[in-house]
Design a protein around this ligand. Structure first.
Ligand SMILES: Nc1ncnc2c1ncn2[C@@H]1O[C@H](COP(=O)(O)OP(=O)(O)OP(=O)(O)O)[C@@H](O)[C@H]1O
Ligand SMILES: [Mg+2]
Length: 220
């Protein structure tokens, strides 16, 4: 079995400008095939940590390795963002095109897929999240839950090696949440699933950790 390290954070410190310390010497490892469940109180730094992994900002101290390579500056993260798919906590941060088709097409087209391949990916990923036939819907007019599912589809369509999911089941009805739970269990990717939903994490995660006082601790 491939148990290579996909992500390794070591002694990571981060505070926002003029803000309190958020991460204080955090260590975290994600291995191939792992589905890591991450919990922690509101405001403890979960979203901050995911954003650091894809280089949306940089740690004050400490190291970030992705696929075995240290990443320190913007160009180091280009390859990371192609292979590590972040689903934002707020779908408004993810979706920026007029229609669902364009939003989902953006990633695969950027990665050099043909128009035809991209159309197939759009259809497949919409079916995966339970939104068949949503291609021509106006993104701006979707409900909160629909936007969350389209956000997930935009990332799945890029076929990343790693998924970072920030509250993937927020604002979903029980049926859609169940669909997402089953989908996550079937996906081959390693993933970090951030959630306040213990039930979701219990059924999906292969390992659970908690972010507390700026550091990670294992949860039994
Ligand atoms: N751009 C910013 N500028 C200043 N402070 C920020 C900024 N973004 C987040 N923070 C603060 O940093 C801390 C960590 O925020 P973060 O969003 O990472 O928490 P979280 O664990 O994801 O919370 P939640 O469970 O509510 O999503 C919070 O205290 C937050 O107020
Ligand atoms: Mg958050």
């Amino acid at each position: 079995m491939d148990d290579s390290e996909h992500i390794r954070l070591e002694d990571v410190w981060y505070s926002y400008p003029k803000g309190e310390k958020v991460l204080e010497g955090m260590d975290l490892t994600l291995r191939a095939g792992e589905r890591l469940g991450l919990t922690g109180h509101i405001g403890c730094g979960k979203t901050t940590m995911l954003h650091l992994i894809v280089g949306l900002m940089y740690p004050d101290r400490g190291s970030i390795e992705v696929f075995g390579t240290p990443r320190t500056e913007e160009k180091d993260f280009w390859g990371v963002r192609e292979r590590v798919g972040l689903v934002f906590q707020d779908p408004e941060d993810q979706l920026f095109c007029p229609t669902v088709r364009e939003d989902i097409a953006f990633g695969p087209m950027n990665l050099g897929r043909t128009r035809e391949e991209t159309e197939t990916l759009i259809e497949e990923t919409l079916a995966d999240v339970g939104l068949e036939g949503f291609e021509d819907r106006i993104t701006h007019h979707l409900s909160g839950g629909e936007k969350r599912l389209v956000s997930l589809a935009t990332v799945l369509a890029m076929k990343p090696a790693v998924l970072l999911l920030d509250e993937p089941a927020n604002d979903l009805d029980p049926e859609s949440a169940e669909r997402i739970r089953n989908l996550l269990l079937q996906l081959p990717q390693s993933m970090i699933v951030v959630s306040h939903d213990r039930g979701l994490l219990k059924s999906v995660a292969t390992r659970m950790v908690k972010l507390e006082a700026g550091r990670i601790r294992e949860v039994k």
